[in-house]
Design a binder for this molecule. Structure first.
Ligand code: ADP
Length: 163
């Protein structure tokens, strides 16, 4: 039977428990989820693409249906290369909506056979973003329970070497 594959694209700098929730829920809908870590983002990331991928891999060590990969260029081209039927995105608040609507319409025009689906963030994750996590951690705040353990360790190490 044909596998139903979804791409979950993002910067994941770093992965948070919000992202983890979206991946876990996607696994209930799709046979396989490819987490696509974006290579060339304009904003300077705290973690390079290898580190960002490693943290996702460590988080999903026991889940063979999650594949961690990196990509650059057009998302729909990448989705087609991977044989994906869907792109998964998470929505936290109205603020996410406008940009996501625009992107999904553009992606549909570019590749009508790839459907973008949106999962609403769980309320306990709705306020979590990678940038807020980095900001709070840099100021010495506790991010325990908001990110996977492997991220917590690396965040501490990254911020210590930065000081
Ligand atoms: P991007 O740079 O593409 O926004 P992110 O790594 O910030 O990438 O996020 C990837 C996807 O995960 C986006 O669809 C984003 O809306 C979603 N997302 C981010 N944080 C959360 C969260 N706390 N709960 C649910 N979805 C989230």
């Amino acid at each position: 039977m044909l596998e139903r594959i979804a791409i979950y694209p993002g910067s994941f700098d770093p992965i948070t428990n919000g992202h983890v929730g979206i991946i876990q829920r996607s696994l209930r809908i799709f046979d396989r989820v490819v987490v696509g870590v974006l290579r060339n983002i304009s904003k300077k990331p705290l973690f390079n693409v290898e580190e960002r991928s490693a943290m996702i891999q460590e988080t999903f060590l026991d889940e063979p249906r999650v594949e961690v990969d990196t990509f650059e260029g057009l998302l729909v081209t990448y989705a087609e290369q991977k044989g994906a039927v869907a792109i998964v995105r998470g929505l936290r608040a109205i603020a996410d909506f406008e940009y996501e609507l625009q992107m999904s319409n553009m992606n549909r025009r570019l590749a009508p056979e790839v459907t973008t689906i949106f999962l609403m963030a769980e309320d306990r994750h709705a306020y979590i973003s990678s940038s807020l996590i980095k900001e709070v951690a840099a100021l010495g705040g506790d991010v325990h329970g908001l990110v996977p353990p492997s991220v917590e360790h690396r965040l501490m190490a990254a911020l210590q070497t930065k000081r």
